[in-house]
Design a protein around this ligand. Sequence first.
Ligand code: IDC
Length: 511
Amino acid sequence: MSKQKKVIVTLVSILVLCLLGFVCFLFLLDSSKESKEKESQKETTTKEDKTEKETTKETTKEEETTTKSQDVFMVSYVPNGSWEKDGFTCTQFNVTVYNRTNTDAEGWQIILTVPADSVLEQSWNATCEKSEDHLTIIPEDYNSTILANGSVSMGFILDTKGEYKPENSTLTVNGKDYTMNGGGQSPEEKSTTGKEDSQMTSANPENGTKTPLQLHGSLSVKGTNLVDKDGNPFQLKGVSTHGIAWFPQYVNKDSFQTLRDSFGVNTIRLAMYSNPADGYTTNLHETVKTGVDAACELGMYCIIDWHILNDNNPNTEDNIKRASTFFTEMANTYKDKENIIYEICNEPNGNVTWEDDIKPYAQKMIQTIRAIDSDAIIIVGTPTWSQDVDLVAKSPISGESNLMYALHFYAATHKEDLRNKATNALNAGLPILISEFSICDASGNGALDTNSASEWFNLIRNNKLSCVAWNLSNKDESSSLLLPSCDKTSGFTESDLSEAAKYIFNQYKSY
Ligand code: IDC
């Protein structure tokens, strides 16, 4: 081979080798890239995995917390006023049992430790039995199931020597015992206590977003009961004004709103004394309308009361004329409202009988109102200051619906006898409504009788009766709901209330 050829062969070989090397380099480069990518992919996957795992972990944690906070039953005991009697402190407790699980709890029972020398005065919405140092609380049929995430309530009044706080109790649900301490909260759930307490001490169960009228709508009479739009028994928890000629300053929206939101009142009664000698003039119709309009705006029920009293007999020519004018005007103004109740003669009295006076008057007035407002509830007064409901039960007005008959009591004067009249009337099928009461004597003054009052409230609770407390004023008499020292005309707080008001509003909160 010539020298020249040798050089060419060598050069070509070098070139081929270089090419080979380059290809190898490219290949290596590519595979390292691939492995890097793979690695990084792996890393990402691991990271993702990790995050996923962490998320799962968090979810589990969350579930755990959720389960923990939901797997709980709680009992709260909220004191709702107390008073002194015969060396005892009588305290009313409202008890709520909460089911924080997602399943209904069938059946519950509480055993609460109480002082051995305490006395159980009364209980409602559950059967309560005291034995030595404990109280056993067993629900009624209708509240023995606590719906998932729901609650049930009951109440009792316990008389103790000195102050008492319910602290130790055992709640049995679904056959399992839960020990409650420290005021009845579940030990695991102390953190929610603050929130729950503020919810539970809320004075008016209806002070959420809905008004009494939105919740219960148009009322009617079914059997002896007042029922709401769904046909469920409904109880008016009312406050009556004093005579609006004397105390017009309380006829305002803010004052009614305070009663609704702070004291559980769902009804206002406007007392229009019908006797010109007691200040009646047609000018006062405007004051009545101010009150009705306020009640309408607040979604409260409103009783327009033609307050026969010192004028004894509603069936006189003069009264029939005035009452017809009054109710014609009111019915025309409010015929489209669902919250208006007409009370046509507060308290007939004196030499006035059902058959000859009250019944014929009532028939005329019912006709007058029905011609304009065909279905509103009408309350008919009864003989002897609206007490003789048993007599009326023997001869009620026929052919009319949505009628109720007035029963009035003043607890220190009216006791067993009048309660028996009420029971007899109810047994005879007469729908009765306590459109006026107080817990002092019939003069509207004198000492309060809480023993008699508590019997009356048993009757009210047991028969789902409506009642309206006399009177919204600061007049210096014991039936006034405000203390004489209170000069507010709205925004009343607990410290502005008379003893009668405190007792009555506590009762209202108990059912
Ligand atoms: C009373 C008032 C009192 C007023 C008097 C006027 O409390 O301030 O001076 O009327 O007659 C009723 C009546 C109701 C009475 C009340 C208390 O419906 O008007 O108010 N009472 O006596 N029936 C039984 C008691």
